[in-house]
Design a protein around this ligand. Structure first.
Ligand SMILES: *Cc1c(COP(=O)(O)O)cnc(C)c1O
Length: 384
């Protein structure tokens, strides 16, 4: 009865029956956009490496050089003996890039959110969370034991109502994403900042899908809107447009020193390896250069091309284009039909989105060729 295998098998049967079963696929090779699975070639529309930097020769060279000089691993937590020159360099580059006083790197975006929220909040505090926030934000809030108030997605009237109902004496933190991870839509940052000011709250903004892509300096949507000095805690990942791995926080010197002393995911985890830290540093340099500008312009062209081919309304610069299907079974079927045509588009299902809200999540890269976008548009027209 208490057999672990039996217990897992029972759960898996239920997951299967609900069309929610997931499995891992091993890529034999990948150059970013083109990849091979089981001796079959595919063009993928599934990666968050929006600029193709994980395969950039300079980014790869930086990773190799850091490994040569500092080793494959960091050997300890940052506080013990793990802080190496590449960590310090990355953090000063991040602070300069984001225009903040200080920055702190973590081993992943997930750990960043968990570390910040659990160290900063306690049961006396109130956190206001968009309904569609990422799992790492939700888990961090839950573990912090703060009082969680969920506002409907991007619903500023609802957020204001919840803020109005909350005592002014408690710490109030608004948590949202600047570009939402599944639908690619944008948070209304101007309005959120107005509410923060009116109700004396703080803002934590997750720029995971905006860092490297938005704004004159490509350092995020808050900067693009001229609101970066209003964001108390800016976080992001080094694993998406930056093409490496890890996460970061940008904010005041005091915030970063506090996190070094209190964030458990920072204190009790081995520092990120020199290779990925150096790769992220190099990626930031490229993004801030004219080459970064060219890459984002190229990505915009591809987005505009697909949106116009699919007759999607309005100009939109999001690299995430959701195709809402609803039924899990249907979404899997469509993804399989696309795969027969050598096109890899993931069918996103619960728990990444609510049940019966399955979707195809198309992500574009500056490395896609116009013919590849045409090919996807044609296949979608014929299949869906
Ligand atoms: C991917 C993602 C994260 C997690 O970042 P990792 O570095 O992959 O752990 C956090 N927030 C959002 C919105 C994300 O999409």
């Amino acid at each position: 009865m208490n057999d672990l295998k039996t217990r897992a098998r029972q759960s898996l049967n239920a997951i299967h029956a609900a069309q929610l079963y997931r499995h891992l696929r091993t890529l034999q090779s990948s150059n970013g956009v083109r990849l091979q699975i089981a001796d079959r070639a595919y063009i993928q529309f599934a990666s968050n490496d929006y600029l193709g930097l994980s395969h950039h020769p300079k980014v790869k060279a930086a990773a190799i050089e850091a490994t040569r000089r500092f080793g494959a691993g960091s050997s300890a937590s940052r506080l013990v003996s793990g802080t190496l020159l590449p960590h310090e360099k990355l953090e000063s580059r991040l602070a300069h890039f984001k225009g903040s006083e200080a920055a702190l790197a973590f081993s992943s975006g997930y750990q960043t959110a968990m570390g910040v929220l659990t160290s900063l909040l306690s049961e006396r505090d109130v956190v206001f969370s968009d309904r569609l926030n990422h799992a790492c934000l939700i888990d961090g809030m839950r573990l912090s034991r703060a009082n969680i108030k969920i506002f409907e997605h991007n619903d500023m009237g609802h957020l204001e109502k919840l803020l109005r109902e909350t005592s002014r004496t408690s710490i109030r933190l608004i948590v949202t994403e600047s570009v939402f991870s599944m639908d690619g839509d944008f948070a209304p940052l101007q309005k959120i900042v107005e509410l923060k000011q009116r109700y004396d709250a703080w803002i934590m903004l997750d720029e995971a899908h905006a860092t490297g892509l938005f704004g004159e300096r490509r350092n995020g949507r808050a900067a693009e809107a001229g609101l970066d000095d209003q964001i108390d805690i800016a976080m992001g990942t080094l694993g998406k447009a930056l093409g490496a791995a890890g996460g970061f926080v940008c904010g005041s010197f005091e915030l970063c020193q506090f996190l070094i002393n209190r964030a458990r995911t920072f204190i009790f985890s081995t520092a990120p390896p020199p290779a990925v830290v150096a790769a992220a540093s190099e990626a930031i340099t490229i993004i801030a250069s004219p080459e970064g500008k060219r890459l984002t312009e190229c990505l915009r062209l591809r987005i505009a091309q697909l949106r116009s081919r699919l007759n999607l309304p309005g100009p939109d610069s999001s690299p995430i284009i959701p195709f809402h299907i609803g039924s899990e079974k249907r979404a899997i079927e469509i993804a399989a039909q696309l795969a027969q045509r050598h096109l890899l588009v993931p069918a996103i299902r619960y728990p990444s989105v609510p049940k019966n809200h399955a979707q195809l999540r198309i992500t574009l890269s500056a490395q896609h060729r116009p013919e590849q976008i045409d090919c996807l548009a044609k296949a979608l027209e014929e299949i869906v």
